[in-house]
Design a binder for this molecule. Structure first.
Ligand code: AMP
Ligand code: MG
Length: 322
């Protein structure tokens, strides 16, 4: 147990187009503030590299030039390599090269529209992430993994500074370090997709908890809802049986990328994929919590005992590895 003389520091800031809060416990408030400031600076630094909209960013350069920068910053190289791994493992469900398509639908500006089928067909061939270094028209968007990666980097800063207890909330991406100073687990709320309240509470220690949900960003036209998570195969917003997909694991970037990828897969394929990875043991262990449109709550067995439904679901079920 961490001594109760630990001082709590909580700082919020805006970065990566979202509201971020760092809460940590340290020996003194001054020290806590310094660490929060270091984290904010690191997140700002990552945004300067990864932003799709800052003209000085490395991603902006790639997206607006036919050539690659002479040398890639290590952070960008790390994310490209990691994305390649997840892209391959998920058979392209996670694809950070959908930017031209996502832009066409207006998600980058908020000027939403349903593009013509011809336009989507014209853009789709240039969203093949495996041709990153060959297709001059490729444009990148790390929106599905950047915040998780930033949380991993923030965790390194906490650890370097000897912090043993902290909770990061990077726009709903949660990263818990250790336990609470009183020795109890951190309690994280998973959002109810229908009313914005808490659908279930999850108790964690040293885990990232990241949710992807259609309710987060969407537009509606002719009674159809178009969400911000895309099917890379069709270049259209996902329409499946899920409301949200939450991934719980040690690494923020895995949790972030996988929450998006498993949302794309839909309920049955996501459960199948999880079982496959757990059986093959070639992938870090992770857990999931999914909420379907039919108001089912389904979670992987590793979370049993740590999850507490706070809503009248039609059914609550846990899934075991095969
Ligand atoms: P997240 O909220 O982490 O699920 O990320 C969603 C964001 O990632 C979207 O706003 C898009 O910018 C981008 N995106 C959408 N679909 C995909 C996909 N299939 N793979 C990777 N990134 C995506
Ligand atoms: Mg994600």
């Amino acid at each position: 147990m961490i001594s109760c003389s630990q001082k709590k520091t909580s700082e919020s800031f805006t970065a990566m187009n979202t509201f971020m809060t760092v809460t940590l416990y340290s020996s003194s408030s001054k020290r806590g503030e310094t660490v929060c400031y270091q984290i904010q600076s690191r997140v700002d630094e990552l945004e300067q590299i990864l932003s799709t909209t800052l003209p000085s960013s490395d991603v902006f350069f790639i997206n607006h030039n036919s050539n690659f920068p002479a040398s890639l910053k290590p952070e960008l190289q790390t994310l490209i390599d990691f994305s390649k791994l997840i892209y391959e493992k998920t058979e392209g469900a996670f694809n950070p090269a959908l930017y031209p398509v996502i832009r066409e639908w207006g998600f980058t500006t908020g000027e939403y529209k349903v593009p013509s089928t011809e336009k989507i067909q014209e853009l789709l061939p240039h969203t093949d992430f495996s041709k990153l270094y060959d297709d001059e028209k490729i444009e990148l968007d790390f929106g599905a993994v950047g915040k998780g990666y930033a949380a991993d980097e923030a965790l390194l800063i906490l650890e370097e500074n000897g912090i043993k207890s902290a909770l990061l909330d990077f726009g709903g991406n949660i990263q818990a370090l250790g336990k609470k100073p009183d020795g109890s687990l951190w309690k994280v709320g998973i959002k109810n997709p229908w009313d914005g309240q808490v659908a279930c509470a999850l108790s964690v220690e040293s885990k990232a908890v990241v949710t992807s949900g259609g309710y987060e960003k969407f537009f509606e036209e002719a009674v159809q809802r178009y969400i911000h998570i895309f099917d890379p195969a069709t270049g259209r917003p996902i329409q499946n049986d899920l409301e949200s997909m939450t991934i719980v694991c040690e690494s923020g970037k895995y949790a972030d990328a996988l929450s998006t990828a498993l949302f794309v897969m839909g309920k049955d394929k996501a459960i199948y994929w999880w079982k496959k990875q757990m059986a093959e043991k070639s992938f870090p262990v992770f857990d999931f919590i999914l909420i379907t449109k039919e108001q089912q709550l389904i979670y992987s067995s590793g979370l049993a005992g740590f999850i507490e439904p706070m809503y009248q679901f039609e059914s609550v079920e846990s899934v075991m590895p095969d």
